[in-house]
Design a protein around this ligand. Structure first.
Ligand code: ADP
Ligand code: ADP
Length: 225
């Protein structure tokens, strides 16, 4: 369960997120829509521990994680807008970085290679899920915008977060890949994740369990359970 209470994010004088509260239980997909500049990305970054929180708090399963850059250690996974991939690494390498960092593999485990094999399996499964099983060895910069977006989704899925924050993760996809990614995010909820999707796309919002809109940093509910 992710719980955000009276969260305010400001860049100097500019208030990007104003006193936002929401809860997303496991199994639930919340869509947050609203115009560009409304504060959607800032909200997700703040939950992920990487935006300047002025007040309020973020809890995962009752544990306060507000402003901690190590939100990932508490199962918060951000699929950032613009994908956040390392362009000069391969798709597979991009997936492996957070997995290896997360697991804090000891030299001994690396030596034994078992742990690495399990990382490889997770990566292959995630690339296959987004239909990029043939592209693991391609440099990100060689991939199309839509393919890069799917790599970013695969990287997010591979981390098996408790909380998945997807920031415009379908914006560059054709309709069949968009459906595929939405099904994958739904599957993440079905295995017990809390999912928040920031989107401009009304059809994405329509498929979510709850729908909130943001405008000038304020959040209001269109539909909730
Ligand atoms: P009201 O409708 O009473 O004016 P809000 O719309 O702000 O108040 O909602 C009250 C509280 O309920 C919010 O602080 C929010 O945390 C919570 N809430 C409402 N709906 C949901 C939902 N679908 N998912 C998560 N939290 C919700
Ligand atoms: P959205 O995702 O809804 O487009 P953002 O969270 O990106 O909204 O932006 C909300 C507001 O915060 C905008 O006015 C934007 O210009 C500002 N903003 C976003 N990121 C930064 C930043 N790093 N520094 C200063 N202002 C920012």
């Amino acid at each position: 369960m992710i719980s955000v209470t009276n969260l305010t994010v400001a860049y100097d004088e500019l208030v990007a997120v104003a006193e936002v509260s929401l809860q997303v239980p496991p199994g639930y997909v919340l869509a947050v829509s609203g115009p560009s500049g409304a504060g959607k990305s800032s909200l997700l970054w703040a939950i992920a521990g990487a935006a300047p929180v002025k007040s309020g708090e973020v809890q995962v399963d009752g544990l306060r994680i507000t402003g901690r850059p190590a939100a990932a250690a508490h199962g918060v996974v951000l699929i950032p807008q613009g994908n956040g991939l390392a362009r000069v690494l391969t798709a597979r390498e991009n997936l492996s970085l957070p997995l290896l960092a997360d697991r804090k593999l000891s030299a001994d485990e690396v030596e034994r290679e078992e742990a690495l094999e399990s990382v490889d399996r997770i990566i292959e499964r995630a690339l296959t899920a987004v239909g990029l099983e043939e592209s693991g060895d391609h440099l990100v910069e060689e991939l199309s915008g839509g393919e890069q977006q799917r790599v970013a989704v695969a990287r997010g899925l591979a981390q098996r977060g408790k909380v998945i924050l997807a920031d415009e993760s379908t914006s560059e996809l054709d309709s069949s890949n968009r459906e595929r990614v939405l099904e994958l995010l739904r599957a993440e909820a079905d295995r017990g994740a809390a999912v928040i999707i920031a989107t401009h796309d009304p059809s994405v919002a329509a498929g979510a369990d709850g729908h909130a809109t943001m405008d000038e940093g304020r959040l209001s509910w269109e539909r909730r359970l």
